[in-house]
Design a binder for this molecule. Structure first.
Ligand code: CA
Length: 238
C-alpha cells in the first residue's frame, strides 16, 4: 500500500543536521528522505512526488538557490531554506529566489517542523496548482502601500507616523502577507545591529505599530501573533 504520509525531501550535506531532521520529521508523522547533494536531489525529485523540500543553501556541488530554480522548473513545490548567514537570508526573502520560508542555523527541529506544517497548510490552502505561493504579491485590495523612496507606509490611504524600526518591520511583513516571521528574523530585517538588540524589542515595536494602525482602522487587526513563532501580516482584509 502506498504511503499517505506527506513526503519531505531534505537536501543537506551535514549528516548531523540531516539525521536530526529525519528523526524529528518522522516522529511528527512525515515521510522524509535525505539527499546530500543538489544533483542527487534533482534526480530524486524527478522520480518521486514530494509535498515539500527543505533545502540547505550551502551544498557541496551547487547552491540551494540553484537547486530551487531547477526544482521549480519541473513542478511547483513549497521550499524551506536552511541558511547559515544573514547575507543568504536577504536573497531567500527577496522574491528573486521564491523560497516559501527559511530558518537560520542553528535551529531547533521543533521550530522547523512547525514551519513545515505552516507552509504546507498555506500551500494547500491557496493552491490553485499553478500559482506559487511564493509569487504572491500584495493584491490591489491590500490596504498597505509601501513607498520605499519616501520611507513611508500608507494604510487605508493614510500615511502612518512610523519610527525607523517600525517602518522596516512593517515593510518586511508587507512584502510577504501571511508569512510568519520569527522575532529574530524580524530583528535581522529591522535592526542595523540585530545581535545587539533584544527580541523583546520586536514585541514593543509591534505593539506601537498595532496602536498606530488601530488609530486608522479600529476594527482591523492587521498583524497576527503566532504563539511561540512570531508575527505575520494578515492575508485577509475587511
Ligand atoms: Ca551545507
Amino acid at each position: 500500500m502506498a504511503s499517505i504520509l506527506p513526503r519531505i525531501l531534505i537536501v543537506e550535506d551535514e549528516p548531523s543536521i540531516a539525521d536530526n531532521l529525519l528523526y524529528s520529521l518522522e516522529s511528527e508523522g512525515f515521510a522524509p528522505c535525505v539527499c546530500g547533494t543538489g544533483a542527487e536531489a534533482l534526480k530524486r525529485f524527478t522520480a518521486e512526488e514530494f509535498a515539500l523540500v527543505i533545502l540547505d543553501v550551502g551544498l557541496p556541488d551547487t547552491t540551494g538557490f540553484e537547486v530551487c530554480k531547477q526544482l521549480r522548473a519541473l513542478r511547483n513545490v513549497p521550499v524551506i531554506f536552511l541558511t547559515a548567514r544573514s547575507s543568504e537570508v536577504d536573497r531567500v526573502v527577496g522574491l528573486e529566489i521564491g523560497g516559501d520560508d527559511y530558518v537560520c542555523k542553528p535551529f531547533s527541529p521543533r521550530e522547523l517542523t512547525a514551519r513545515v506544517r505552516a507552509v504546507l497548510r498555506r500551500f494547500n490552502g491557496n493552491s490553485s496548482i499553478t500559482a506559487s505561493t511564493s509569487d504572491l504579491v500584495p493584491s490591489s485590495d491590500q490596504p498597505i502601500n509601501v513607498d520605499e523612496e519616501r520611507c513611508q507606509i500608507s494604510y487605508y490611504g493614510e500615511v502612518l507616523p512610523l519610527a525607523r524600526y517600525e517602518f522596516r518591520l512593517l515593510k518586511t511583513m508587507a512584502k510577504h502577507p501571511g508569512r510568519v516571521f520569527s522575532r529574530s528574523q524580524l530583528m535581522e530585517h529591522a535592526s542595523d545591529e540585530p545581535e545587539a538588540a533584544m527580541e523583546r524589542t520586536v514585541d514593543a515595536h509591534v505593539k506601537t505599530l498595532r496602536a498606530k494602525m488601530k488609530a486608522v482602522r479600529e476594527e482591523v487587526e492587521p498583524i497576527v501573533t503566532h504563539r511561540g513563532m512570531g508575527y505575520s501580516l494578515a492575508e485577509k482584509w475587511l
